[in-house]
Design a protein around this ligand. Structure first.
Ligand SMILES: Nc1ncnc2c1ncn2[C@@H]1O[C@H](COP(=O)(O)O)[C@@H](OP(=O)(O)O)[C@H]1O
Ligand SMILES: [Mg+2]
Ligand SMILES: [Mg+2]
Ligand SMILES: [Mg+2]
Length: 406
């Protein structure tokens, strides 16, 4: 497997925390240390992974013929074809499917059930507006069936079949505005809906914010091969016979891990160690409407990157970068577009905990504390620590050139 990784599972953080020195006892700092030590986010991570794995099994394309999962393989394929045909248009003309709504309802429902003692705040992409209209009733029925089918084996939740009203409520849990205080879950139920519809890459992206900082992220990429997707490997993932389906997870200060669907142990992953830009490769959106491909080309050229861009959808780019499949991710939306936190929260912690750096085009860290939008300068750039200084220089020079040519 061409992945830069060490085998192993995360250590229990409690064991590695230092004892509090007596001089700090009863001080404000001591209480902060205690609070930090108490925040292992183990329960939260387990709940987030449970929801993401459930959706992966439901949505993934193929699993390389593993006999033990043969049943899932067949139903998954049929299920996915049905879900891909069920597409609607939102008010901003972007697509939304029964899978987007269903995934949001399932994640919202599982988090609430798994973490009953915590106050629950969720900032998520979809809302129930269109589903409450007369024209949305048929779609709502299909979403409700999908959610019930997904939760059917959850006897521990002691739930009867969910009604359409239960499903609408679960979707609307995602209406929180987020912000700089308290805890907020951030969810993109299907990131890269266009990739999902094409049979290419997409992700279920779930993160937890605490006091405005991302402290945990889970990125499920049902179509991402376990093997590296390097620059010479731009195939249709649907037709690949390699094993597909990767789940990345990260907690603050504990590194990033990748897990497959076959029940094997998580492996620790790292971003690439490449220092020479000539050997580097870069990722960008498949959709030219989502990122200025000409600006990325100009940056790559200035930097000396020789390989052609690897164009893939969704936060699978962050996942692939976190395991060293590529070295740089460039994202420059067209003028006027405002980035949303759910498009970057999970991906950014997956990359930073794997040793990478995520900033805006001015080199500032992304600020997730301002509500549902990211307030940033021009674009988002991601790479390893070694390449960042020269990348930032190339970004500045290319942007200046672009501005002076207008
Ligand atoms: N004009 C635009 N510019 C930049 N991003 C856009 C965009 N329109 C939509 N997007 C965002 O791009 C995301 C997909 O990113 P990528 O291009 O990396 O696949 C979409 O997520 P959803 O598919 O969850 O709606 C959407 O939030
Ligand atoms: Mg969308
Ligand atoms: Mg998205
Ligand atoms: Mg989405």
């Amino acid at each position: 497997m061409a992945i830069n990784c060490l085998r192993g599972v995360p250590k229990t953080p409690f064991l590695s925390k230092p004892l509090i020195p007596p001089s700090l006892l009863f001080s404000r700092r001591a209480s902060l240390v205690v609070t930090a030590a108490a925040m292992s986010y183990d329960k939260e991570l387990a709940a987030a992974k449970k929801a993401a794995f459930k959706l992966m099994f439901l949505l993934y394309a193929d699993f390389g013929g593993l006999s033990v999962l043969g049943f899932f393989s067949l139903t998954g394929k049929v299920q996915k074809a049905l879900l891909q045909s069920d597409v609607h248009s939102k008010s901003d003309k972007s697509p939304v499917t029964v899978a987007d709504y269903g995934s949001q309802a399932v994640v919202s429902f599982i988090l609430e059930k798994e973490l009953p003692t915590e106050s629950f705040s969720l900032v998520a992409e979809e809302d129930s507006g269109d589903l409450r209209k007369e024209s949305g009733q048929e779609t709502l029925q299909r979403i409700t069936k999908l959610v019930n089918d997904t939760l059917v084996n959850e006897e521990a939740y002691a739930i009867a079949t969910l009604s359409t009203e239960d499903v609408l409520r679960a979707i609307d849990n995602g209406k929180s505005e987020g912000g700089s205080s308290g805890r907020h879950w951030v969810l993109d139920p299907i990131d890269g809906t266009k990739g999902f519809l094409r049979g290419d890459q997409y992700a279920i992206a779930l993160a937890l914010l605490n006091e405005g900082k991302v402290v945990l992220g889970v990125l499920a990429c049902p179509n991402l091969p376990l093997a590296s997707i390097g620059s010479n490997n731009q195939h249709s993932f649907e037709s690949s016979h390699d094993k597909v389906g990767c789940l990345f997870f990260a907690k603050v200060d504990e590194g990033t891990y990748m897990q497959s669907l076959d029940g094997s142990s998580p492996v620790k992953v790292h971003v690439s160690a490449i220092e020479n830009p000539e050997e580097a490769s870069f990722f960008e959106s498949f959709e030219a409407a989502h990122s200025l491909h000409d600006l990325s080309s100009s940056i790559a050229k200035k930097l000396g990157v020789k390989a052609p861009p690897v164009r893939i959808d969704s936060q699978a780019k962050y996942g692939a970068l976190s395991r060293g499949d590529g070295d740089i991710y460039l994202r420059f939306p067209h003028k006027g577009y405002r980035e949303k936190i759910w498009d970057h929260a999970a991906g950014s912690i997956v990359v930073t905990e794997a040793g990478g750096v995520v900033t805006d085009a001015a080199g500032k860290p992304l600020d997730f504390s301002k509500g549902k939008y990211l307030d940033l300068d021009t674009g988002i750039i991601v790479t390893n620590q070694k390449l960042m200084p020269s990348l930032l220089k190339a970004v500045r020079a290319s942007i200046e050139e672009k501005v002076s040519s207008l």
